[in-house]
Design a protein around this ligand. Structure first.
Ligand SMILES: *[C@@H]1O[C@H](CO)[C@@H](O)[C@H](O)[C@H]1NC(C)=O
Ligand SMILES: *[C@@H]1O[C@H](CO)[C@@H](O)[C@H](O)[C@H]1NC(C)=O
Ligand SMILES: *[C@@H]1O[C@H](CO)[C@@H](O)[C@H](O)[C@H]1NC(C)=O
Ligand SMILES: *[C@@H]1O[C@H](CO)[C@@H](O)[C@H](O)[C@H]1NC(C)=O
Ligand SMILES: *[C@@H]1O[C@H](CO)[C@@H](O)[C@H](O)[C@H]1NC(C)=O
Ligand SMILES: *[C@@H]1O[C@H](CO)[C@@H](O)[C@H](O)[C@H]1NC(C)=O
Length: 414
């Protein structure tokens, strides 16, 4: 084990200042068709009645060792990305543990593959191995410089599934946190950035790159894309949380630590120029118009929001950390699936376009307390069970993290 860890550290050093990494991808197929819905659809309001929910358990890599599990850190829970009939799980900090929950290895960011949709929690980790490029999300030369100058460590987290932008590429937004490992938070910079994944079908190589210009500074700019991304008809919708800080609780301004996620804003980018931020436009829901001027989150702008999640009675119930927006062929609707931290519940709303108007309030589709959750920190949904269950969206893959591990659930609508 010692030599394994040493090798991993050497590999990290070798890739420390790259802005892209490349992995060989095994030929493990999870056939999946991607729909390209029109901008406006006619939702079939089927009432969202649920026929069944199955728990597939913690994400698990049997190839490492049948008694080992992969454990995702507090922020770094796994997110999905399907490209070319491969389904990847990207995550922030991940640990490999044995049956006694002892840590055997860890990565700052990781990529795994789904083995089969019949057992959505069975995965094959690609990253924490000495023979692969590691870590998955490359650190930029600028981060490298800060890292050396201030003795900082970087942590990367993704909180939304990716969006396929063409046959071979997908985009995802990640958040960066930097901290001094000796003195936590003594110097902190952070922000969200664009990552592009490209799977070359000729060579079976997955390349993960960070186009330098798209870096949205935490507190200073909205983290467009970190809430959710959705590509429809050549346009990519980049959803961001606003942070609502009640006057009585103004601890952290818009930093994301003192307020509660509540309002959802959206920017739209032509998919082909997504890495050029000057081509993005920002939507104001109150006027129904787009502007090229990036709004800055100095005050709450709820009139510009496309969704406001404040349907519950207490601050705590109205606190959200993650949600998903996607198209469901079964409902012929854009769906928003979200979960308050406490009390646990999974809710859905629907809309005829990626901009809304969204139904309100949400319909509860799952009670996580039935599966032992007293708190849900992160909950993501994906209509990925296309081939096995007919219409995409009749079955959802839900991933829930209440503790440090993520379990996969399959929910069937009736
Ligand atoms: C798998 O785990 C068992 C029991 O902990 C151990 O004896 C064995 O060496 C492990 N195998 C591998 C390939 O790591
Ligand atoms: C994915 O799998 C489906 C079903 O097997 C097939 O029709 C399709 O061509 C595949 N797509 C790619 C990009 O390989
Ligand atoms: C390991 O973690 C799991 C899930 O958090 C828990 O159910 C199990 O009891 C733990 N096992 C040990 C030996 O602590
Ligand atoms: C897909 O998008 C990526 C990223 O924008 C781009 O580099 C690539 O050329 C595109 N591929 C095709 C086939 O359009
Ligand atoms: C950087 O941080 C590490 C971990 O806390 C510490 O061991 C090391 O001495 C620090 N280096 C400098 C130059 O401060
Ligand atoms: C957004 O605008 C639409 C159309 O005017 C409206 O129906 C909807 O209620 C607005 N959403 C919010 C959250 O205010």
């Amino acid at each position: 084990m010692t030599s394994f860890l040493v090798l991993v550290q050497l590999t990290v050093a070798a890739f420390a200042s790259a802005t892209s990494t490349t992995f060989s991808v095994p030929n493990i197929l999870t056939p999946h068709s991607e729909f390209s819905p029109p901008f406006m659809v006619t939702p079939r309001n089927l009432g969202f009645s649920v026929a069944s929910v199955s728990n597939w358990g913690y994400l698990h890599d049997y190839s490492i060792n049948s008694s080992y599990t992969l454990t995702s850190g507090f922020q770094g829970f796994p997110t999905l990305c399907s490209i070319q009939n491969r389904t990847f799980w990207f995550a922030g900090p991940v640990q490999i543990q044995d049956a006694q929950n002892r840590t055997l290895a860890s990565t700052s960011s990781s990529v795994a593959m789904a083995l089969t949709f019949s057992h959505p929690s069975w995965i094959r980790e690609l990253s924490p191995r000495p023979d692969s490029s590691w870590p998955v999300i490359p650190i930029t030369p600028a981060e490298q410089l800060v890292s050396i100058t201030y003795n900082q460590t970087y942590q990367f987290d993704a909180t939304a599934h990716c969006s396929l932008i063409n046959d071979t590429s997908a985009v995802q937004f990640w958040d960066a946190w930097s901290y001094n490992s000796g003195k936590y938070n003594c110097f902190h910079i952070g922000g969200s950035f664009l990552v592009i994944y490209t799977l070359d079908p000729a060579t079976n190589k997955l390349t993960i790159s960070r186009p330098a210009p798209v870096y949205q500074k935490e507190s200073i700019q909205y983290p467009y894309g970190s809430f959710s991304t959705l590509t429809v008809q050549g346009m990519t919708y980049l959803y961001a949380w606003d942070v609502y800080v009640p006057p009585s609780d103004d601890m952290g301004g818009d930093s994301g630590t003192g307020g509660n996620h509540r309002d959802i804003h959206v920017a739209v980018a032509p998919t082909s120029t997504i890495a050029d931020k000057s081509t993005w436009k920002y939507y104001d829901n109150s006027t129904g118009t787009f502007s090229s001027t990036e709004p800055l989150p100095t005050t709450r702008r709820s009139s510009a929001a496309i969704i406001i999640l404040d349907e519950f009675s207490t601050e705590f119930e109205n606190t959200f950390l993650s949600a998903s927006i996607f198209y469901s062929e079964y409902h012929d609707a854009y769906l928003l699936v979200y979960a308050p931290i406490y009390p646990p519940g999974i809710y859905v709303r629907f809309a005829p376009t990626p901009l809304g108007p969204w139904s309100s309030p949400g319909t509860k589709i799952m009670d996580p307390t039935q599966f032992g959750y007293s708190v849900v920190r992160y909950a993501l949904a994906s209509p990925i069970f296309f081939q096995t269950d007919g219409n995409g969206g009749q079955s959802l893959l839900l991933t829930l993290s209440g503790d440090y591990k993520t379990q996969a659930f399959k929910l069937n609508f009736s």
